[in-house]
Design a protein around this ligand. Structure first.
Ligand SMILES: O=C(CO)[C@H](O)[C@H](O)COP(=O)(O)O
Length: 262
């Protein structure tokens, strides 16, 4: 690891290193996107080189695919893998119930598909990403380019019915051009400030025609590995949440897809 990293990069790298300890030979691994996920991909590369770890990886973006190949990970598509043992990915925000906002890097669609098609999702993050309520980070919503302004209007109308603090929306830009996802779609960022009910909002956003997916991950993450500025790394499991929360989660949804790959 380079020596003069900022505290935050050190925390991200430590979290990634710890999470990679949960990877075993023979696993099919979903590879997230972003700066924290890049540490994880590089660490997997080291284990392949130094320990002969044998895995295949399913990347969640073109950027991650390129890095994975560079460090020696055998890359396959999700359809070739069919189902994954584990996905490790970063997040923009997480709360005490392991709900997430993702998509700061614009890869939320592939990230949600890959994480949902995995037995387990481990999130790696620096401690600054933990929040009491999601929403300070703008919530990304991926929309198809056709009628994007109309879709945006419908999303704004929908927000009127929700317990959120702000309702401003912006189309994400890359220089002078709208940002394009790997799928050629656009991203609308929702500046909500505070999201009262992430589960409901996630479901309703996807009902708007033109919306492909939103960056709220609810009941998908199983474990969070948190890198702290003082060098500590904390591992939290969904099973360690209070009984009340665990029972609510299981009763309401569980992972309804979890048996597909069996
Ligand atoms: O969701 C993501 C990309 O779409 C990233 O995981 C998220 O933006 C966190 O990025 P970073 O690790 O660089 O802070």
């Amino acid at each position: 690891m380079p020596e003069n990293l900022s505290q935050i990069d050190q925390a991200k790298a430590n979290a990634a290193r710890k999470a990679v300890e949960f990877v075993e030979s023979g696993m099919k691994v979903g590879l997230g996107t972003g700066s924290t996920a890049a540490w994880m991909v590089r660490r997997l590369g080291e284990r392949i080189r130094d320990e002969g770890l044998q895995i295949v990886g399913v990347p969640t973006s073109g950027r991650t695919a390129a890095l994975a190949r560079e460090v020696g990970i055998r890359v396959i598509t999700l359809d070739e893998a069919k189902w994954l043992d584990l996905t490790i990915d970063g997040a923009d925000e997480f709360d005490a119930e392991m709900n997430l906002i993702k998509g700061g890097g614009g890869a939320l669609l592939q990230e949600k598909i890959v994480a949902t098609a995995s037995d387990k999702m481990i999130v790696i993050a620096d401690a600054a990403k933990e929040v009491a309520h999601l929403g300070a980070f703008p919530l990304p919503v991926e929309v198809i380019p056709f009628g994007a302004e109309v879709t945006r209007g419908l999303v704004e109308e929908l927000l009127g019915a929700f317990d959120v603090m702000g309702r401003r929306t912006t189309i994400r830009m890359s220089g002078d051009e709208p940002f394009r996802t790997d799928e050629g779609n656009l991203i609308i960022d929702l500046h909500l400030g505070r999201i009262g009910n992430p589960r409901q909002l996630a479901l309703m956003l996807n009902q708007v025609p033109g919306v492909v997916e939103n960056g709220l991950f609810v009941d998908i993450c199983d474990r969070i590995v948190i890198g702290h500025a003082d060098g500590r790394v904390e591992v939290r499991d969904i099973h360690d949440l209070s009984i009340e929360v665990s029972e609510t989660l299981i009763a309401e949804t569980g992972n309804i897809f979890s048996n597909i790959g069996d």
